[in-house]
Design a protein around this ligand. Structure first.
Ligand code: ZN
Length: 422
């Protein structure tokens, strides 16, 4: 049933979003709320406080995912009523922006609260859960999408808890330190909607205020270690050196050349992090660890590029006279969001007088692992200059409010008519 829902953005939403971004604020307007850091713990506490104040029952599961439950359907559909999920994440990059993730969680919280008031006891077929997934960013703990992958059954809980950060601190210990390794059993979703800032410039470039992600790009994420031998950078003859950093350099530029040789926009490659030891100006590096990413929407391009990388690595190692080892190689296949939810999102945008743009997401979102469990979708408002993972991240406040109203309309349809209706 497609009918207007009268969903609007709750008054004062922008002020409350502003107040939330003071937690872990950096002096340049961004936030630093890396997963399970003290600032992340404070943000989690504030989220729980807001959820409880708005009438949600708060659960924290074994990987620290936070759920705010609104039992809207129980009296009509009993204990077995399905759950509609909405949310995102409140962890950030070390120099992250204030909207990436937090906007979607707070929008879901307030849209859900407003929906409950709007329903005022009207029959509903589904309950609503607002969720903040653990470790979406992958800044401190890899892989990214940690909490949603556990909830979706893609990553076993014990494996996720054993993951360690760069200082050897495990996810389990880090969550314990902030008091957010929970024991609650959360319900499973029957539909999931994630509102996010676009993190790309397509909406801005086309002067469109709302977007629906149709597909997501796949990603290969690898950690590659080159091991050579330390020596004095002065007297050691060039031919005798076993320079791990030289091999790394060859892979870094080689990967870039693969992307440059592909059709425009078909392939993105990167080495975003490099750990060099002993990292001294006058010592030949004996260890270089690279964090490599290969991304494309085309599974064949992904496979071909991975194969080329597997040729490039031994070539680089031989050139630099070092050993090589792949420490981690994780693959996330490209895919599509469910058509029914995308259509519903478009209808609701239409009620707001907007024709939404079709988008592809290159960045990862929690809706991707959740898509293994149930229909899921990511909807977006514009990002100025396409920027995310930056303190300069910004979205027009009117678009932020429009996004909340849009989400509210989508959630109302899903909750009232039931997720099986889409
Ligand atoms: Zn995000």
């Amino acid at each position: 049933m497609d009918r207007p829902t009268n969903s609007t953005c709750p008054e004062g939403f922008l002020d409350r979003l502003d107040a939330f971004s003071q937690i872990g604020t950096t002096d340049d307007g961004g936030v630093d709320r890396v997963e399970a850091s003290p600032a992340n713990g404070l943000a989690r506490r504030e989220l729980a406080r807001r959820m409880e104040a708005a009438g949600y029952r708060v659960l924290v599961d074994g990987i620290g995912n936070m759920f705010g439950l609104l039992e809207l359907a129980e009296q009509f559909a009993g204990q077995e009523a399905p759950w509609v999920f909405a949310g995102s994440h409140i962890d950030s990059q070390p120099k992250g922006g204030r909207l990436d993730g937090a906007y979607g969680v707070l929008a879901a919280l307030e849209a859900g609260q407003a929906l409950k008031e709007r329903l005022a006891g009207r029959p509903a077929k589904a309950n609503l859960a607002v969720v903040a997934w653990t470790g979406e960013e992958g800044a401190r703990f890899q892989p990214s999408l940690l909490g949603s992958s556990v909830h979706a059954g893609i990553l076993p809980l014990e494996q996720a808890l054993a993951r360690k950060d760069g200082n050897g601190v495990s996810v389990a210990d880090a969550l314990d330190a902030i008091g957010f390794r929970g024991r609650d059993q959360a319900p499973k979703p029957s539909a999931y909607v994630e509102l996010h800032v676009e993190c790309a410039p397509a909406l801005e470039n086309s002067n469109t205020r709302l977007g629906v992600f149709d597909r997501w790009w796949g990603a290969h994420k690898l950690e590659l270690l080159f091991t050579g031998a330390t020596a004095h950078t002065g007297p050691t003859p060039m031919a005798k050196r076993k320079d791990a950093l030289l091999a790394a350099a060859e892979v870094i530029t080689g990967l870039r050349r693969l992307a440059d040789a592909a059709p425009a926009g078909a392939l993105h490659t990167s080495v975003g992090r490099l750990e060099v030891l002993p990292n001294s100006p006058n010592v030949v590096p004996d260890s270089a660890k690279l964090f490599i990413e290969i991304r494309s929407v085309d599974a064949k391009v992904m496979a071909d590029t991975h194969a080329r990388l597997m040729e490039l690595i031994p070539y680089a190692a031989t050139l630099a006279r070092v050993a090589h080892r792949i420490v981690r190689d994780e693959y996330r296949a490209p895919g599509a969001f469910e058509i029914g939810l995308r259509t519903l999102a478009r209808e609701e945008a239409d009620h707001l007088g907007i024709l939404p743009m079709s988008l592809e997401t290159i960045a990862a979102h929690d809706a991707m692992p959740v898509a293994k469990l149930c229909p899921s979708v990511v909807i977006a408002v514009p990002s100025r200059d396409g920027l995310c993972h930056s303190p300069r991240e910004w979205t027009d406040p009117r678009d932020l409010e429009l996004g909340v109203a849009w989400l509210g309309g989508i959630l109302e349809r899903l909750v009232v008519d039931g997720p099986e209706s889409v």
